[in-house]
Design a protein around this ligand. Sequence first.
Ligand code: ADP
Length: 280
Amino acid sequence: MSALIIDGKAAAAELREEVTREVALLEEAPGLATLLVGDDPASEIYVRNKRRLCVKAGMRDLHRHLPAEISQVELAEIIDELNADPAVTGILLQLPLPKHLDAVDLLARIDPDKDVDGLTETSAGRLASGVTGLRPCTPAGVMRLLDRAGVPLAGANAVVVGRSNLVGRPQAQLLLQRDATVTICHRYTRDLPVICRRADVLIAAAGVRHLIGRDAIKPGATVIDVGIHRTETGLCGDVDTAAVLDVAGAITPVPGGVGPMTIAMLLWNTVEAARLRTAA
Ligand code: ADP
């Protein structure tokens, strides 16, 4: 039997519609301030997409494009301004920043209640302590996909491959919050396939092309592939999809799996930030 293909495009479209409905219920349209520093072409494309979908969902686009030469102090002042501005619901600092800027310091400056990327230390602390807060978009998108596919999580063995602040760590926390038994693997893990083979739910977020092969899959497992790699023949993930298709129970394709969920979750977080503010 071939694995069920989890359709991230459809899930993202659904989530964006949900966001549009939620925005219409709010008294005031939320505003998303995307900060783009310099002219990195890939970042420009990402930010353009975020802005386009933000407007499409009925929210205000409060984008700021800043020169590559901007100083740490000037950028910090702009973040302070956005923190204080009631029209700004969410702030997104597009990474990477030019080399002379300290991203960690600047991220830490973002008001955690406006941290729609969920990447500040305060947001990470809120997640780790299991209190309300804004969650990082990619792992939150993965949770949506799992729920939409009806994958049981309580008591399930979940293995997360990767421990980055962007994906692996928050992913493990989110799964733990849902009562999964969570194992985190990283580059020092021994016998990776043996550990992965215990997983009912396997999340691959190592940034290594085709790291996960057939020998790493428990029959019937749900496999979520967060990796994305550009090759001569197109995009592929951390999972050797073709090799595991007839072992896995369900799998996300690359492209069209986790990727489309990330921006949709960013929009959802912006609505969530608006709601959290109203509740405060
Ligand atoms: P991302 O942001 O997509 O999570 P990073 O490059 O920041 O990617 O992080 C990669 C993570 O994957 C690290 O935590 C690293 O320990 C893990 N990793 C890298 N190579 C391997 C490997 N061969 N086996 C297991 N884990 C790995």
